[in-house]
Design a protein around this ligand. Structure first.
Ligand SMILES: NCCC[C@H](NC(=O)CCC(=O)O)C(=O)O
Length: 440
């Protein structure tokens, strides 16, 4: 079984809409000009780097934005151009919400269980309904279509429908999911959550908790996971109030290694004890206290929103955002992780600032999918990273993406046309078939 990182290709409307309360970067950069071309190229460079480490790499496509489907559903009628013009005039906020390129953060696209851990021996994928935030909830339908196109072979893959879209089952995907495993022990799944729909659990006071316990429990059932191998830790309410809207802002794990902030989960000590019991003595965890790494620094510089990657030689490397290098407490923490008795032997810092300014680090930009050789071969879409695919995607970005987008540019009816032209071409590059509604 090999891990493939499916990175989200940043979409042509990448912009700073200030859309996510509780996501401090989104709030503080709202209204600034964005650089879609640079953002997409930064993402491609990260794919090149991870692939160069010898790790499996693939790509997921952006979504059509502004979403005409969403605007039509909200009562805007007429030609495509008329819809944009009218939304710009009457409901600028709705235009902003339906223009977000947020599908780039593919950690939120779905939750995935590898075939080694599921009762029927298939890979299970559930697109996240993202129902907590409207600009993200509109991703689910297209994500579902894209995943069905890529993971089409039903002998190997089951793509479930997104969980029912009421706030009771609010699901944010793999950003709240961690799979851990040690040799000789079955994989353990952490399915975290921030609030309960029906139980009375103390939650955050300042910022919204997104995922529900009931959503996480449903994912464990749908994916046919062994109940003994699943834990449902609660995101620490103080962590959420400090800006950790998803688990992956304060914790990241890979195989026998987990690093976390003490405000990632309620009772992290009890959680680590259970993990040691399930995973045995090879399991390693490194905890940052608030004294060592103030929550403010963790949220600003995202050391936990790193990719922890197993390299071909069996050691692990961390791919962290450059902001973590620039923040002394975060850098020192990551250096401690390498210095201690852990599988991690190197830290690499990458520039994904365009994404970071909306609260998405290296880990947010990728969905992890574990595939056997047979499963890998069953995928016929051209989504696996190669230098040739890189060149054609980079050329495609340079052909179609604007250099700068200012908030008022979202009101330009031309933008929707440009995006559709670009995405239509992309589905041919990736051999995806017609996955977008404007193609039907
Ligand atoms: N995993 C990282 C997700 C970041 C994402 N940001 C946003 O949607 C910000 C969009 C904006 O404000 O333009 C979110 O909060 O869900």
């Amino acid at each position: 079984m090999r891990e493939y990182n499916f990175d989200g290709l940043v979409g042509p409307t990448h912009n700073y809409g200030g859309l996510s309360p509780g996501n401090l970067a989104s709030q503080s950069h709202g209204g600034e000009p964005s650089h879609p071309r640079e953002a997409a190229l930064q993402g491609l460079e990260k794919m090149r780097f991870v692939s160069g480490l010898g790790v499996g790499q693939a790509v997921l496509p952006p979504q059509p934005r502004p979403s005409l489907r969403a605007l039509r559903a909200l009562g805007f009628t007429g030609t495509d151009e008329e819809i944009i013009t009218r939304a710009a005039r009457e409901a600028e906020h709705l235009l902003r919400l339906t223009s977000s390129a947020s599908a780039m953060w593919t950690a939120n696209a779905a939750t995935v269980a590898p075939s080694s851990d599921t009762a029927d021996g298939r890979v299970h994928l559930t697109p996240a309904n993202l129902s907590q935030m409207y600009h993200r909830a509109i991703e689910a339908e297209t994500t579902y279509a894209v995943l069905r196109a890529i993971f089409a072979d039903t002998r190997h893959f089951t793509v479930h429908a997104p969980l029912p879209g009421s706030s009771h089952f609010a699901d944010e995907g793999a950003a709240n999911h961690t799979r851990l495993a040690t040799p000789g022990h079955a994989g353990v799944h952490l399915l975290a959550w921030g609030r309960s729909a029906w139980q009375d659990v103390p939650g955050p006071k300042r910022f919204p908790a997104r995922q529900t316990l009931e959503a996480s429990q449903s994912l464990a059932r749908l994916h046919q996971l062994d109940a003994k191998q699943v834990l449902f830790p609660q995101q620490h309410p103080e962590g959420i109030d400090a800006g950790a809207f998803h688990t992956d802002v304060m914790a990241v794990g890979n195989e026998r290694f987990l690093m976390l902030h003490e405000l990632a989960f309620v009772d992290h000590a009890g959680l680590l004890q259970m993990l040691r019991e399930k995973l045995g003595p090879e399991f390693r965890a490194v905890v940052a206290t608030s004294a060592e790494l103030p929550p403010k620094d963790a949220v600003k510089s995202y050391p936990f929103n790193s990719q922890v990657l197993t390299l071909p030689d069996g050691t692990m490397a961390i791919v962290a955002p450059i902001e973590a290098q620039e923040t002394p407490a975060a850098r020192q923490f990551l250096e401690r992780v390498v210095a201690e008795d852990t599988p991690v032997k190197a830290v690499h810092y990458l520039d994904v600032r365009q994404s970071m300014n909306n609260g998405g680090g290296p880990a947010c930009l990728r969905q992890r999918v574990w595939l056997t050789d047979a499963e890998r071969k069953a995928i016929t879409a051209d989504v696996f990273y190669t230098p040739a695919l890189h060149d054609s995607l980079a050329a495609w970005v340079r052909r179609h993406y604007r250099e700068v987008l200012r908030p008022k540019d979202l009101q330009d009816p031309q933008l929707v046309r440009e995006t559709m032209t670009a995405l239509d071409e992309l589905t041919r590059i990736l051999k995806l078939g017609n996955v977008y509604d404007f193609q039907h």
